[in-house]
Design a protein around this ligand. Sequence first.
Ligand SMILES: [Zn+2]
Length: 124
Amino acid sequence: MLIATPAKNCLACNKSVKGRTDKKFCDDYCRNAYNNRLKAEGNNLVRNINNALRKNRRILEEILTTNEKMTKVSRENLLQRGFQFKYFTHTYSNAKGNQYHFCYEYGYLALENNWCLVVKRREI
Ligand SMILES: [Zn+2]
C-alpha cells in the first residue's frame, strides 16, 4: 500500500522539497537564507521597539523641564507628540498601589480624566 505523503515546500523558496519528510529546505543555501531572514526580522523588531522606547523617554524628558520633578500632561498631548503607551521598560507601584509606567528613568502615572502625571526617578 502506498502512503501518500503531503507535498512539502521549502520554507525559504517555497519549491517542493524531495526527500525525508522532516526536511524543511531544498539545501543549505535555502536554510541559511531562511535563518538570515528570521534574524534580520528579529533585529528589526528589536530596533523598532528600542526606537519607540527612546522616543517615549525623549517626549517625557521634554515635558519635564529641568527644574520640575513632576508635571501633569494630557494623554492627548502625549499621543500628539507620538508617545506609544504600549512601550515601557518597567512599572513601579507605590505604597498606595498607584502603578507608574517607566521608560528608563522617566515615567508617568495615569490620572483621572485622561491626564498623566509625568515623573523622573533618580534610581531605577
Ligand atoms: Zn528552497
